[in-house]
Design a protein around this ligand. Structure first.
Ligand code: NZQ
Ligand code: ZN
Length: 388
């Protein structure tokens, strides 16, 4: 391991079937006004809303509701939330939902007391907050993004056709997150498998970079093996608690900063996927699965040794008598068959992408330098074409 780093994670995490009970213990740490953020209504159908509201009311809190946080939350919705939080002198933002609600709540937390345009400040200019930040707590209902224990917040601006993530520092991480694997049982299969792929992609974005011998990469291999094992069980039986709990915990570790320590990281799949998201508003995990194989085939030769290690250590490919290129190819094939097995989207056309969009998609794709090779704009277009 050759890099220097600092490690801290300020989020207190409560995990298990009874995890929501601790909300009552957390609430006295905050003032009376709670902004309850949630999505399009799934929490009302599965009863999580009622359980949360009962606890808030018993604690004597004043609840300000902010429903309708959409998947891939928008810059307009951010302005609405920031205004509501400020007008109501909110003491805690309680996000009840998936990555979108959690990301959104973090964005509101740094925008309520900022007088300018938060999209411009935090997402276009990537500036850090200087204003008062409202604390955020999270009750997670959908697994994949890792937003429950990180500073990430991804916002979409449809007018500008841009989807951009800002990774904020410790002061924006959720103060606490409540993870009950049973809450994820009602997630529709499409969203569930998109989440599984998002987890795999987060790990790969960090694993497929760098050449030194690094503890983080061994942890990543363990996480990927656990994910592959449990996802195979969960797609057949979504109510398998053991599989869903392992996946929930794996998702958190996949993106709570640990496995990036002392490493360079790639994140180009996310840049390609986010451009697709900005154009189509497609489900995040599926935008990644649709471009992954084409991207990795483009950089395979540049990261041959790591791709070969991925084949052997994650997929159990027998290395005997095989060259690194043969192993690397077999590793990608194994990844592809797992993707088919869990049923993620493999073609961009299924997400509504058309060839007329390629130029615009390339404009919306940020080209990063942390992977095994920096792409050219022409290659970005080729990757979109090959992903159709
Ligand atoms: O809105 P409701 O009705 O709640 O329905 C949601 C939504 O339609 C539904 N859902 C969530 N929990 C459910 C449920 N349905 C039934 N039962 C439940 N228990 O699932 C749908 C998708 O939810 P969403 O929150 O959008 O999914 P996800 O967790 O994948 O979040 C996606 C967002 O996170 C960003 C993505 O770009 C995207 O905007 N990301 C955030 C990251 C971070 N903070 O670090 C990193 C990721 O790479 C990602 O970019
Ligand atoms: Zn992701």
């Amino acid at each position: 391991m050759l890099g220097d780093f600092t490690y801290s994670n300020p989020t207190r995490l409560y995990f298990g079937k009874n995890a929501l009970e601790v909300l009552a213990n957390e609430l006295p740490n905050y003032g009376k006004n709670i902004l309850l953020t949630y999505g399009g209504g799934s929490i009302k159908k599965n009863g999580i809303y009622d359980s949360v509201v009962t606890i808030l009311k018993s604690a004597g809190k004043n609840i300000i509701e902010l429903p309708g946080v959409m998947a891939n939350p928008t810059s307009e919705k951010l302005i609405e939330g920031a205004k509501l939080a400020r007008e109501n002198n909110v003491d805690l933002i309680l996000a009840v939902g998936g990555g979108s609600v959690c990301d959104y709540s973090k964005a509101v937390s740094v925008s309520a007391y900022y007088d300018g345009d938060p999209w411009e400040k935090y997402f276009l200019k990537m500036e850090e907050p200087e204003c008062k930040i409202i604390p955020v707590g999270c009750v997670l209902t959908m697994v994949g993004t890792g937003s429950e224990m990180n500073g990430g917040s991804v916002i979409t601006n449809h007018a500008q056709k841009l989807k951009i993530g800002h990774v904020f520092g410790d002061n924006v991480f959720p103060k606490f997150s409540i993870l009950n694997p049973e809450y994820t049982f009602s997630v529709p299969q499409y969203q569930m498998t998109a989440g599984f792929f998002d987890i795999m992609c987060h790990i790969l974005e960090q694993y497929l970079s760098g050449t030194d011998d690094n503890t983080s990469d061994y942890i990543s291999e363990g996480l990927m093996k656990s994910l592959v094992h449990s996802s195979r069980i969960a797609v057949k039986n979504p109510h398998d608690y053991e599989a869903r709990s392992n996946i929930m915990w794996t998702a958190t570790w996949a993106l709570n900063t640990l496995i990036a320590k002392a490493k360079t990281t790639d994140w180009e799949v996310h840049m390609l996927g986010q451009a697709v998201g900005a154009y189509t508003n497609a489900t995040h995990g599926m935008t990644l699965s649709a471009v992954t194989l084409a991207y990795y085939r483009h950089i395979l030769k540049d990261g041959l040794k790591r791709f070969a290690r991925f084949a052997v250590n994650v997929w159990g490919v027998n290395p005997e008598g095989k060259s690194d290129s043969e192993l690397a190819e077999e590793g990608l094939k194994a990844l592809e068959s797992w993707m088919k097995e869990i049923g993620v989207v493999l073609h961009l056309k299924e997400l509504g992408v058309t060839p007329e969009m390629f130029e615009g998609l390339a404009d919306a794709t940020f080209i990063l330098e942390g992977g095994y090779r920096k792409l050219t704009r022409d290659e970005v277009i080729e990757i979109f074409r090959e992903s159709m």
